[in-house]
Every structure is written in C-alpha cells, then in structure tokens.
Write a protein that binds this ligand. Sequence first.
Ligand code: ADP
Length: 810
Amino acid sequence: MKIAILTSGGDSAGMNAVVRAAVKTGILRGCETWVVREGYEGLVRGNTGDSPPAHKDLPQLADGVDTQFVDNLRFGDGDLLKNGLGDYAGTKGRSLKGRYIVRVGWDDVRYWLAEGGTLIGTARSAAFRTHEGRLSAAHNMIKEGIDALMVCGGDGSLTGADIFRSEWPSLVDELKSLGRVTESQATRHAHLKIVGLVGSIDNDMSMTDLTIGAPTALQRICEAIDNINSTAFSHSRAFVLEVMGRHCGWLALLAGVAGGADFIFIPEKPPKSPWEDEMCAAISHHREVGKRKTIVIIAEGAHDHELNPIRADYVKDVLTERLGLDTRVTTLGHTQRGGRPCAWDRILPTLQGIEAIEALLEATPETPSYMIGVQENSITRVPLMEAVATTKAVSTAIEAKDFATAMSLRDPEFCESLDGFFATSVLSNEKVLPPAKRMNIAIMHMGAPAGGMNAATRAATRYCLQQGHTPIAIYNGFRGLLDDNIEELTWLGVDSWMSRGGSELGTNRMLPDTDIGAIATKFQKFNFQGIMLIGGFEAFSALLLLEEGRKHYPSFNIPMVHLPATISNNVPVTEYSLGSDTSLNALVDACDAIKQSASASRNRVFVVETQGGKCGYIATMGALACGASLVYTPEVGVSLDTLRRDVRFMKARYNLDAKGKSEGRIVIKNEASSNVYTTDVMTKMFKEEGGQLFDSRSAQLGHTLQGGVPSPIDRARAVRLSLKCMTFMEREWAKIQSSGQSSPRASPESAAVITIQSGSIKWVPVRDMVQHADMKNRRPLNPWWMNVKEMVESLAGRPQLVKLHAWDFA
Ligand code: ADP
C-alpha cells in the first residue's frame, strides 16, 4: 500500500511524532510512505517538479538480501523537510520545488519526536473546500499511486477528510470521463482509505480523552502561570490570563486546577449573573485571609449566560475599579501552541500513529473511516463522523444556551476537574457538614518525593476546611508522628503548594512496624479519624501493616487510604502514580539534551541509566518518548545473547547511516536491569564493539528524575485523586460510626488504595492488592505497559537490522 500522511488546520505539538510513527510503522508493514506538505493545499497542488533522486550512498549489500527495508530506510528528502527548505533548492540536486506529495524513508523522520509544530507544514486550504480543489487533489493522489490517506488535524480537517472519502468514487469517475486518469488507474483507485488523528491543542474532540498537542499546551500555560505567580506575589498584583479554547474550556479549566487560579471562565459553564459580583466576592475573600496574588483565567471563547463574550480587559477593569487591585492582562496567544512536545505528546501520538496504519491496512470499502483516539487508557478506533458530530453537538448546545447539555457531553474527568477547581479555590465561612460529621484527617508523605504530593495535600486541606474537617499534617513520616511532629494545615498555608516539587511534609522510608504500638497510641492521642498516606510502595506496605494492626489496636479502626505517588510507577493495579508523569518529562528533557550532545561530535551511543527500582516503567515509557534505540528493564533482564544481538543491531544501524554525518543514539537502562551487565560494563562493551564505527558514553540520571516542578498532568491528577480520597474517608467514617458498637470495627474495605484502572478511578482494599503485587521485587505482576519495550525496539528497526547484519556490508 502507498500511504500518504498530512497535517492540517492549526498545528500542535506531537504532529511530528504521528508522522514519525506512521512512516516507520508503514515501512515495517511493507508499505511505501509519503507525506503531503502544507496540508490539503499540498494535495490540491500536487507535484509538478521532477522526482528527486534517491540517496546514492547506500552500502553495497550482498546478493540475495531483501533490500526493501534498506531502501525505505534511506529513501527520501528528510533533510530538506527537516531544515524547512520548502520550495528552495536543496543540496546534492535534491529539491522540493513544485513537489508537495513526497516519498519519505525511515531516516527522514529521525529526531522528529522532539520537534514542535509540524515539519511537513500545515495550511488552511480554501481550494480544498471546493469541488475543483478536491478533484485536483484526487487526481494528484492517483498520479502518484497513493491508496490511503492519513490526516492529522482538528474537527475541520477531519470533516474535510470524510467528505473527500465519500466523494471519492464520483471524483474518480469524473477524472476518468475527463480523460485525466486511465481506466486501470480508476479501477485500482476505486476506493480511498482514510484514517484521522486529532491534532488540536484545545482537547475539544469528543470520543477521545486527549487530543494530540493538548498536554503540551497545558504545560506551556502552567509554566506561564508559575512565572506570573512569582511576580504577582512580589507586587501583590492580580493577573488576568487569556488562554486558547473557542468552544472548549479544557485548557482554562485544567490550567485553573493545576495553576491554583482564583477564578476561571469557560464556555461550557458560564458563571452565575451578575458574575462580576461573584468573582469580586470570591477574590476579596481570598485577599482578606492574606493572599497576595490573584490569578483569573479566561478561555478565549468565554461568555456569560446570555452568550455575551467575557473579555480579559473588562475583567481587569472590574478588578481594578471594584477591588482596587493592581491588575494586568496577559494573553498567552501562540506560545501555547507548542515548542517541544512533552512526554505524553510523544507517547500518545506514537501509539496512535501505529494504530492508524493498522486501521488503514484493515480498511475495506465497507468499513467506516476511523478516527484514532484514546479512551480509558487504550488506543481506540471510533467512526470519524460520529466523533465530529458529537463534537459539533457541544457547540450547538452552547449556542442554544443549553449549558447542562454541553457539560454532559464532556467526559466525566472534565466534570470532576471542575468540581476539583471549586473545591480547591472556593473559600467559604460556611462549613458544609454538621459538627457531628466533621473529622480529624491526617496526611502523611512516605518514601521518595514525587511530583504532585504537595498538590494532593493542598487539595485535601482545602476540601477539609470547606467541609469542616481538620486537616492535620504529619511531618517526616512515622518517625515524625512518634516525635509528635504534627500541625494543622491552613487554607493560606498551602496556597503555593500546587507547583512545588519535593515534599513539603518531608518523607522517609520508616514503616509502622518499627513500633506499631507507639504509633497506635499516637493515633489515639491525636484522635485521628482518617489518614491519607501519599507515597509509593512504602505507603502501600505501611497501609497493609496498619490494616493488619487493627486486630490489636482499636485506634486503627478508621478509614485509611493510600494515594500512590512514586516516580517508579511501581504500585500494583494502578496505571499511574503521582509523579510518574513529571519524572517522564524530566527523563525526556535529559535525553533530548544527551542526544543532541551525542550527535554533535561523532557517532556516539549513550547508555542512560534511570531510577525505577525493579520496575521498568520509567525506562520503557521514557524510551518510547525519546526515541531510544534499546531499552533494558528488570522485568525482562539482560543476557549475553541479547547483548550480542544488540551489538549487531547497532553496528548494522551505524553502517547504514549517511557517511560523514555524526549520529547520537540512546540506550535506556533501568538501574536494576542486571547485576552483572552494569551501565559501566555495557558502555565499555558498546565502545569496544563499536570500533571505528561508534563510540560510547554513559549518563546516570539519578535523582534528577524526581523532576523540579510537577507537571500539570500530575497536579491535576493529584487534585482529582485527593478529593476522591477525602469523600471515601467521609463515607467509610459514616459507616463505622453508624455501626452502633461502643468500640466500632472498621471493615477491610475501609483500608484501601485509590487506583486508576482503564482510566477510571477504582478503590481496591489493601488486602486485595497483595495478589497483584510482586512483593519481593516491589512491582506489579502484570503491568499494562509490558509490550511497549518491543514497540520501542521495532521503531528503532532492531528486528530487521539484526537480520541484516548476518550479511556482510561491503
Ligand atoms: P481544524 O482542522 O484545526 O479544525 P479548520 O477548520 O481550519 O482547522 O480546517 C482545516 C482545513 O480542513 C480547511 O482549511 C479545509 O482545507 C479543510 N476543511 C475543513 N472543513 C472542510 C469541509 N467541510 N470540506 C472540505 N474541506 C474542509
């Protein structure tokens, strides 16, 4: 099959990752891969210039070798595409002048993961909206023999794709009757196969949980808020921030949650009128308790109940005139579009690009065009037009002022985030619960610090205060508890914790069995009625011990929860722990820099050692996100045979590189993947075997992986999970109290771990967790990401290149 890939509409981070994954997967599946420059405009213009010659400096291969993979490896115009030469003539007689539909090879998409925007260009094409334009597009595709089209863009682009496909047979007939295509061309191209991927920073597409580019845009916005926070605090100013989102408030909402904003305006849920009063009341209340800074976030498409737009300048005037605040407006504009994609905008587009190729290979004239999405942590195929229609229904509901319907069409996470925003931003003198239902809730951090621990504590504190509970910080883990190192947390005291990395409460690895009796006494002394342990495997083990301790110590008969937070993501059952996203981003940042350095001087293989204990999550997902060539994990281990194959692969790979250019490659190795083949041994081995071909160095990322500032995904997740923990404890406490016994016993279900399974939140009693855990190695038994290692190595061409090296290179 000949597959062409285009990007269309507004650009977004991650589009290059889609193209890269699709090109590589296409080639691996025996297809010819093409890109279309400048979106639909490129299809309409087609090719007028001459075909550029392919690379000529391929190594001579022995007779009998299937050279198709090697051809595809080096075929193409990658340098031209990457260097943005566009219509200008390139070097060595190759040029893209007059050529918009271009065949590309494996190496043309090298390093594309780390690039923002879209290297193949995008455009808004008026011509493609016309019949003539689409006729020309069809003609140009048939001339080049393209069978299938992959479109990455927003709902406009995907609508265009579907129209194109439905019209295709009539376009082909017309071209035939005009004599522009032959009978055999018309027969061969009777049907067009199409697949769509959603590239949009707004996260505005229905039937997918996350669009390509949205996480990076959110990251850019949160970086801006973090920067603004410090100047706002210094001058005690108010800032009104306008962010993108015409019909969808996702960016404004998540930025509000993750950035700890005071007030937000989103299109789906306009504030109550007169909103000026509500906003001023909320903000002056925050100021009364001593807050020095104010952040208001407005989505571009925000409006009131009557659909009158709410503009940043007007909000600024209200804050200045009514509250006397020194207020500034910041419009983030195009900075939000991108720059370097964050880890998740590399992983998702890669997985989706792979799936898109499979969908095209399986497509028949009878199957609908699919849109590739992600739902419940799985890559999905949904009928493209259904997704576009549901998306349009949101805008229609908003235009009809039916905001309840608009909200109902958003996914549950959106609604939970909104609840989370209110719970963490509203400060009220009224307590929600009557005194009899109020609790003393203790919060403890355990194990190593992880991004989002502080955000979770902030959310819990604010929720508790709103409900009437007393949030109690236990500093320095169980050791601190034994030293009576506890304190009541306050609304203002936790204000800046959203963006703080590390652990404000302090953590250590001491488990309660060190002196469980004394710990039970402290529970009693401080009258804890619920406890939240935030941490990794230690917190899980501690909760197990506390639950077992209930037999002997009545003070443990309270709701007890574990909120998983660890960069290793090694807590069983849950798909994500807090901190794992921050850590992936830290790994990607480091590897991008290392790869740059590795390529700068000479051919060099960098063996990068990651933390993670005996769990290979960070190494594996990090390898996928930074385009590593190999990854070693403790789950799979390392053997002499694998090492020999890997050396052969590296040699074959460097042999096929263009001569005279230096290339850096990354090998990611978890710290515990082998006791014998250590990072040092591996680095020396690659150096020795590389000979004249390549050199080798190592880098140990160590504690840098804890990341500085927690990522927005970790912060938002922290808020969502922490609030669920609080309501869980309220529920369980009510059950314990209503049992009517003088010394009530808590059920096993009331000591539980909050987990994310298939994207949904589920409670698992800590006792039941044990059956899913490899307690000795401190990791899950069957983690969901196990097949990703193979994917990483496929995308590096390892299986093909290992075989190739069986033949000598001339
Ligand atoms: P986005 O894809 O980001 O929503 P647009 O709505 O601007 O961006 O669409 C991008 C391009 O997709 C348009 O410039 C046009 O070429 C094509 N397109 C959009 N809607 C249609 C349509 N109804 N028919 C044909 N082409 C369309």
